[in-house]
Write a protein that binds this ligand. Structure first.
Ligand code: TXA
Ligand code: MG
Length: 328
């Protein structure tokens, strides 16, 4: 059910859950300070309670309300990348709901850049916790229609058009090590790359292998191997040659197939009836990836064959999502 921005703001203030657009993926939003509202997110998504939520705030000035410390390193990242697809994990104030923190001592914060999301945060006067608006482990939605097909037509959705980044935000934890030096760790890759973060931070990512035992890397409970999955079994191929060979063999066995190819290289004619080709640029593939997978999943074939993009830093986030989608 599509709703207006004013309706979304008023539902959120009444403690209801609504789906909202962000530039990354659609989120299932609730007032981040209302435990009963937050519990509904977990119930609707069928998400385990120990998976913390990201709190979306209207601007950088609101960080102090949520955290016990906003170190310079984190401030530099926020100033460089907000509003935008970066989530910062920082030590939480005691008042931050345990439901949001999923039992962690930290809180994840992000200022989204989507104009409708920002306007909603301002109009409602709230900060909203929002995981992706899909059932636990399923594909994230990048359009209002994806939300409705995954969560049902009765779900109130604020339609902000298709998401332009297309995959979930980069998550970075900023922490102090045993020597009281600030360091950062990438908890989830996204379209803001490790290299861009290192450049702004002025230091490389902390070496996890040599981490002091006193400074555990915050866990990211949402980082399941099986995540972002279509319903159709999905098989990944390191290159198009391997995919073409598998396509021919499976077709001989009369397995119904659909294929996702990346790049525009010329290929021998594929027997598969359903082929989606994405461009060779990582940002464009990210933008279109979930839409392509939602489409392929709706074809009701027996198997999806997906070409992995090259193992290069620019493709890290897309490869991460595809690997998880392909994990059987
Ligand atoms: O782009 C995004 O980040 C989207 C949009 C809606 O903002 N949201 C999103 O939320 O992807 P979700 O719940 O699907 O993923 C949030 C991730 C999970 O892996 C969760 O475990 C992690 O953030 N997370 C949240 N709070 C955390 C914390 N305090 N410490 C470590 N990880 C945290
Ligand atoms: Mg998610």
């Amino acid at each position: 059910m599509r709703i207006s921005l004013d309706e979304a703001a008023s539902l959120l203030r009444q403690g209801q859950v609504v789906a909202i657009p962000t530039e990354t993926v659609y989120g299932l939003a609730a007032d981040a300070s209302n435990d009963a509202a937050l519990q509904q997110i977990f119930a609707i998504k069928q998400r385990p309670a120990d998976h913390p939520l990201i709190v979306h705030i209207a601007d950088i000035d609101q960080v102090q309300h949520w955290v016990t410390a906003f170190p310079l390193l984190a401030r530099k990242l926020a100033e460089a990348f907000w509003p935008g697809a970066l989530t910062l994990v920082l030590p939480a104030q005691a008042h931050v709901s345990r439901v949001v923190r999923g039992g962690e001592s930290t809180v994840a914060l992000r200022v989204p850049s989507h104009p409708v999301a920002l306007q909603l945060l301002k109009t409602s006067g709230l900060s909203v916790a929002a995981p992706s608006a899909n059932l636990f482990t399923q594909l994230s939605p990048t359009t209002a229609a994806h939300v409705e097909s995954g969560l049902g037509q009765a779900m109130p959705v604020l339609d902000g058009g298709p998401c332009t980044v297309g995959i979930e935000s980069t998550i970075v934890a900023v922490l102090e090590n045993a020597a009281h030096e600030l360091e950062w760790r990438l908890l989830r890759p996204g379209m803001i790359s490790e290299a861009e973060i290192a450049r702004v931070a002025g230091i490389p990512q902390a070496d996890v292998a040599h981490a002091q035992p006193a400074v555990p890397t915050p866990k990211v409970p949402g980082q399941h191997a099986l995540h972002y999955s279509p319903r159709t079994p999905l098989q990944l191929f390191a290159d198009s040659d391997a995919l073409v060979a598998a396509c021919a063999a499976l077709t001989r066995q009369q397995v119904k197939l659909a294929c996702l190819l990346i790049g525009d290289e010329a290929l021998p004619r594929l027997p598969s009836l359903h082929i989606v080709r994405l461009p060779a640029a990582p940002t464009q593939v990210a933008e279109q990836l979930y839409g392509a997978l939602h489409h392929l999943d709706s074809l009701q074939v027996e198997r999806l064959l997906v070409q992995m993009p090259p193992d290069k830093p620019d493709w890290l986030a897309v490869r991460d999502r595809l690997s998880r989608a392909g994990h059987q």
